[in-house]
Design a protein around this ligand. Structure first.
Ligand code: NAD
Length: 306
């Protein structure tokens, strides 16, 4: 498992261990945290760009499945300074795939993005037939990441499964990051400070609770061969709706601050997961308010929610 110290990857590691799998984690802790890594997982603090170390680890661990969650996952950072994002998300992914080919793995799973892949989609909910037209180097890097996976999967003959995630939220999401709207708003509002909404609040995303993605990563161990699958509810949730839901639950009585829209960010998107339902039998189950409640309870255990 790469990126197993990060927000989503660490939950997938927990899910795999709960099912009795053995897990080794490779993560350089650039945006992840050691405390997120389950004590039963073997941990290697290694940068994926260190291909020599990475090869050694893969030859030693000989995993059946490689689940690749490590990435630089920030849109605005990728606009400011694109090369590190492309280096990690594309080139380091190639290094990983070559090492996987050498040892002969059974399957390669990848966390791609639906939210940053399709640009402004022609149709919402958006399905996998929408042509990728990313608006940021981050989106481009995930698109290229997908392509190198398809190539090396064919080249070496191991199957792959690519998930295009929507906006993901849940416990362990870093409130100091740039993207996790639920974590950022909750952190500020819990501290009594008004969050900033970029635009008038109508910018909208499809939000899925992290536990639902763990289920997809478990199902994907057995099902789905050489598939690219959107995951999502197919429902647009606006920044305003996230703000209002948090304001009601916390409760928080001030108004949000408004700032101009940011370049490179999609205005509105929601993902159709009909294909994932057919191929994996996957559907999201945790509705927005229930997911936000769970997230707040873990982040702020002393809080009494409305
Ligand atoms: P995260 O930043 O919490 O996790 C990424 C992990 O990768 C971190 O632990 C980080 O330390 C590690 N990492 C980064 N560069 C590395 C390198 N060079 N070598 C080794 N480890 C490295 O982010 P996340 O939100 O958990 O995202 C996980 C994956 O899901 C990413 O691939 C991201 O592109 C994808 N994704 C996330 C979302 C979302 O809403 N959070 C949406 C779509 C796709």
């Amino acid at each position: 498992m790469t990126g197993g110290a990060g927000f989503i990857g660490s939950h997938v590691v927990d899910g795999y261990l709960r099912r009795g799998h053995r897990v080794a984690v490779v993560d350089n802790l650039s945006t992840g945290f050691r405390k997120n890594v389950h004590p039963k997982a073997r941990f290697y603090e290694v940068d994926l760009r260190n291909t020599t170390r990475l090869r050694q680890i893969l030859h030693r661990e000989k995993p059946d499945v490689v689940n690749h969650h490590a990435a630089l996952a920030e849109v605005v950072r990728s606009l400011r300074d694109p090369l590190p994002t492309l280096e990690v998300n594309v080139l380091a992914t190639v290094g990983l795939l070559i090492a996987c080919g050498e040892i002969g793995i059974r399957k390669f799973l990848f966390s791609s993005t639906g939210g940053a892949m399709y640009g402004e989609p022609r149709k919402i909910p958006t399905d996998e037939s929408e042509p990728p037209t990313p608006l940021s180097p981050y989106g481009l890097s995930k698109m290229q990441g997908e392509e190198v996976i398809r190539f090396y999967s064919r080249f070496y003959g191991f199957p792959h499964l690519i998930f295009r995630y929507p906006n993901v939220y849940g416990p362990r999401q870093n409130p100091k990051g740039e993207a996790g709207v639920v974590a950022i708003f909750a952190g500020l509002m819990h501290g009594g400070r008004a969050p900033t909404i970029f635009g008038d609040g109508s910018k909208a995303r499809d939000y899925v609770y992290v536990g639902d993605l763990v289920r997809a990563n478990l199902m994907g161990l057995r099902r789905g061969k050489n598939e690219t699958l959107n995951l999502g509810w197919g429902r647009k949730v606006s920044d305003r709706e996230i703000f209002d839901t948090l304001a009601r639950l916390l409760p928080f009585r001030e108004k949000a601050i408004h700032a101009p829209f940011r370049k490179g960010e999609v205005y509105q998107i929601a993902l159709s997961a009909r294909r994932a339902a057919r191929v994996l039998g996957w559907k999201p189950t945790v509705r927005l308010e229930a997911g936000i409640r769970r997230t707040l309870k873990v982040a702020y255990p002393a809080l009494r929610l409305a």
